[in-house]
Design a binder for this molecule. Structure first.
Ligand SMILES: [Mn+2]
Length: 254
């Protein structure tokens, strides 16, 4: 037992998903969350708890009342109806019940003022809920002067880094990684931020300009929000050359 481990363990909610999307709430539905989230939070000495999707949105505040923080996890595309767009031909799976439930959880988390970490879909969802938009597919992203970067890694497993990101100096991310200017991250997203929410500021970019991390712009909002486009929960093994455990240590700041 590590004697340095703090006594207090924060209860961190992890948004769950359904595995049978074609059978809306049928008898074969299963609630699940990928293991990396709970494993990484536990390794960071928190107490993860998976929150199942609920139809009754009024339950969101009651769940959040118990939490010290929450992680919005990866998964389906967010429905473009949430940001006032029609579905593009390259939109993939959407799951409106999850959008509705996670919007209720997000509003409850903001109201209780607990720290909110968004990962992949969660990162895009938070931007959208705070009045940002996303390109529905990478092919719609206008690549500028920089060369294009592969954002759906075709080679290797997800514990390996695949592209680099440039880190803003004065940011949560830089603080967590001791001022590193570049991080090497995995990548598995076919959507990217178009308009960043006016409440957020970007804190990491891929070489093609794609936003890979954000946090609240403290001049405009007091929410405790940190978002990551890659999958740090798959990169927290001790021997990982790009160990992402510091991202989960963020919750210790509160
Ligand atoms: Mn990427």
């Amino acid at each position: 037992m590590n004697k340095k481990a703090p006594i207090h363990k924060r209860l961190i909610g992890v948004t769950g998903n359904h595995n049978a999307l074609e059978h809306d709430w049928d008898e074969f539905m299963r609630d699940y969350s990928p293991h990396g989230y709970s494993a990484s939070l536990t390794k960071a000495r928190h107490m993860p708890i998976i929150i199942p999707l609920q139809k009754d949105l009024s339950l969101a505040e009651q769940y959040v009342a118990h939490l010290d923080g929450i992680v919005f996890t990866g998964g389906q595309d967010v429905s473009p109806l949430l940001y006032g767009r029609e579905p593009s031909p390259k939109l993939r799976n959407v799951y409106p019940p999850r959008d509705r439930w996670e919007r209720a959880l997000f509003e409850a988390a903001v109201k209780k003022d607990i720290p909110i970490l968004g990962i992949c879909r969660g990162f895009q969802l938070i931007n959208i809920l705070l009045n940002g938009t996303v390109y529905q597919d990478l092919s719609e992203y206008p690549v500028g002067q920089a060369s294009a970067v592969q954002h759906i890694q075709e080679w290797g497993r997800m514990q390996y880094p695949h592209h680099s990101v440039n880190v803003e100096k004065d940011s949560i991310l830089a603080n967590l990684f001791d001022g590193k200017k570049a991080l090497y991250v995995n990548t598995y997203h076919h959507q990217v931020i178009e308009d960043l929410s006016p409440s957020l500021k970007a804190t990491a970019w891929a070489d093609d300009g794609v936003i890979e991390a954000f946090e609240v712009d403290t001049r405009k909002s007091s929410y405790k929000i940190f978002g990551i486009q890659w999958h740090p929960e798959m990169m927290t093994d001790d021997d990982n050359e790009s160990n992402m455990l510091p991202i989960f240590n963020w919750f210790h700041n509160f």
